[in-house]
Design a protein around this ligand. Structure first.
Ligand code: PGA
Length: 268
C-alpha cells in the first residue's frame, strides 16, 4: 500500500518518439542515453514510447536490470481495438504488447485522431488495453481556443467518449494527457500553452472525471500536459500547471534535453 501511494505521487514523464528515428541503431543510442539518467532518478516515472518495431530490441538492450531498477518503462504509441488475435492485417494487440514487456500505451493522440480515429474507436482501444493490463496514456485536447470557451465542451466530449463504460476499477491504470492540438510542435503555427491556462483546464478535467470514478479515486488519476514542452518550460508547467507530469514529443528524441526535463521533474 505504501508503495502504491509512493507511485501515485511520482511525476510521470513520457517521451513520444512518434515515427522516429529512421534506424534501430539511432533508437538504441537515444534509449541508452536516456536510461543513464533515468536509472539515477528515483522520484519520477520515465516512460519512452518508441515505434513498436523497436520495442523488443530496446527492451533487451535497456532493461538488463530489473525493470524498476532500470528506471525506464516502455510504452507503445498505439494498439489494436481488437482484443483477440486474428485476421487484422497490420494490427498489434494489447496482449502482444504486454507480453513483450510494454507497460503503457498512448491512445487518443491527435495525430491518430487526424488519421480517422473516432471517440468510439479510442474507447474500444482503451478498454482493450486496460483488459490486457496495460496502463493507458489517454490524450485529449481541443484543435483551437475560442473566447466563449466552447473548447471546454470539446475536451469534455473527447474525455467522456474515450472513457465511456470503462469500469471504475480500471481508473487506477489511466493517465490523462491534456494536449491542445495547436500547441504540438509539429503544427504550422504552434505555440505552447501557458501554466495558468493548463491549471484551469486540469481542474476542468477533474470535474469531468468526477462522475466517472469512485469516490476518492480522482486524486490518484494523473493529469499530464503535452505540447511543445522543452527544458526551458518544463519547470513552470510542473510547478504551476496543477499537473503530475509531461508528455514530450520532439524534445524526447534529443537525449540531452530530455534528460534535463527528467532532472527538473525529479528535483521538484
Ligand atoms: P511536442 O509533441 O512535444 O513535439 O509538441 C507532443 C506530442 O504530440 O505528443
Amino acid at each position: 500500500m505504501r508503495g502504491d501511494i509512493k507511485l501515485i505521487m511520482k511525476k510521470i514523464i513520457v517521451g513520444n518518439w512518434k515515427m522516429n528515428p529512421e534506424t534501430l541503431e539511432e533508437a538504441q543510442d537515444i534509449a541508452k542515453e536516456i536510461k543513464k539518467i533515468a536509472s539515477k532518478l528515483k522520484k519520477i516515472e520515465t516512460v519512452i514510447c518508441p515505434p513498436s518495431i523497436y520495442i523488443s530490441n530496446l527492451k533487451s538492450k535497456i532493461s538488463n536490470l530489473p525493470v524498476d531498477e532500470a528506471g525506464l518503462k516502455l510504452g507503445a504509441q498505439d494498439v489494436s481495438a481488437e482484443f483477440d488475435t486474428g485476421s487484422y492485417t497490420g494490427e498489434i494487440s494489447a496482449g502482444m504488447l504486454k507480453n513483450i514487456g510494454v507497460k503503457y500505451v498512448i491512445i487518443g493522440h491527435s495525430e491518430r485522431r487526424a488519421m480517422g480515429e473516432t471517440d468510439e474507436i479510442i474507447n474500444k482501444k482503451i478498454k482493450t488495453a486496460l483488459k490486457a493490463g496495460l496502463k493507458v496514456i489517454f490524450c485529449a485536447g481541443e484543435k483551437e481556443r475560442d473566447d466563449e470557451e466552447h473548447f471546454l465542451d470539446f475536451i469534455k466530449k473527447e474525455i467522456e467518449g474515450g472513457l465511456h463504460g470503462v469500469e471504475k476499477k480500471f481508473f487506477r491504470n489511466i493517465i490523462i494527457v491534456y494536449e491542445p492540438v495547436w500547441a504540438i510542435s509539429s503544427g504550422k503555427k504552434f505555440r505552447p500553452d501557458n501554466p495558468d491556462s493548463v491549471f484551469k483546464i486540469t481542474i476542468f478535467i477533474k470535474k469531468t472525471l468526477m462522475p466517472l470514478v469512485e469516490n476518492g479515486a480522482l486524486r490518484s488519476i494523473p493529469i499530464l500536459y503535452g505540447g511543445s514542452v522543452t527544458a526551458l518550460t518544463a519547470r513552470e508547467f510542473l510547478e504551476k500547471g496543477g499537473i503530475q507530469g509531461l508528455l514530450v514529443g520532439g524534445k524526447s528524441l534529443i537525449p540531452k534535453e530530455f534528460s534535463q526535463i527528467l532532472e527538473i521533474a525529479d528535483r521538484l
